[in-house]
Design a protein around this ligand. Sequence first.
Ligand code: 5RP
Length: 219
Amino acid sequence: MDQNELKKLVAKAALADVRPGEILGVGTGSTVDFFIDALAQSGLSVPACVSSSVRSTRRLEQLGFRVLEMNEVDGIGVYVDGADEIDAGFNMIKGGGGALTREKIVASVARKFVCIADASKKVPVLGKFPLPVEVIPMALRAVAARLREFGGNPVERDFTTDNGNRILDVHGLSIEEPAALEAAINQIPGVVSVGLFAARGADVLLLGTAEGVKRFERR
Ligand code: 5RP
């Protein structure tokens, strides 16, 4: 099975976590695109979704889902999203699609975070995938200098986020303490958010493997 088939497999498996009648949080990325398509085909009754990107909002609306703003809801039941890397403690690197800040915001109000990922995303230590950091444009140079102090090599991505900011992808990190690094990077003036999801990691991991979908729950 190729990577896309594994993504489709986990996307479909995540339907079992959707609670009919509850507001659903929807992440961003190619795996989530497959999830949105599977959701539309499932006929499950979802009163409304809260989306983490313009891209997902567009796809959801095209398929007939009602999409609400975060400020219109008190909370979210399940939040389904992909990851660029996930470790054994359910800490993640996210933001390969550039939606890390909105993903973090939506995840923060969700009761349950279901991560859907193909097997290549499961790693012993985070950091091989360059760590995305969303930055206010005027602070790019200053933030890049601070990020070098952590041993990484920040490279500006040719991309503007849905929030009008820029992204530095930090190469060359080996992230042994994700929660501590997340907190430290968040303290740098000019950083909007870092694509380390440790303070609020996943609760459930659905991993698409050649042997089928494996489910792991955070203890
Ligand atoms: C977007 C993300 C995605 O979840 C992550 O990049 C995984 O993407 P894909 O499902 O396309 O592999 O964090 O900001």
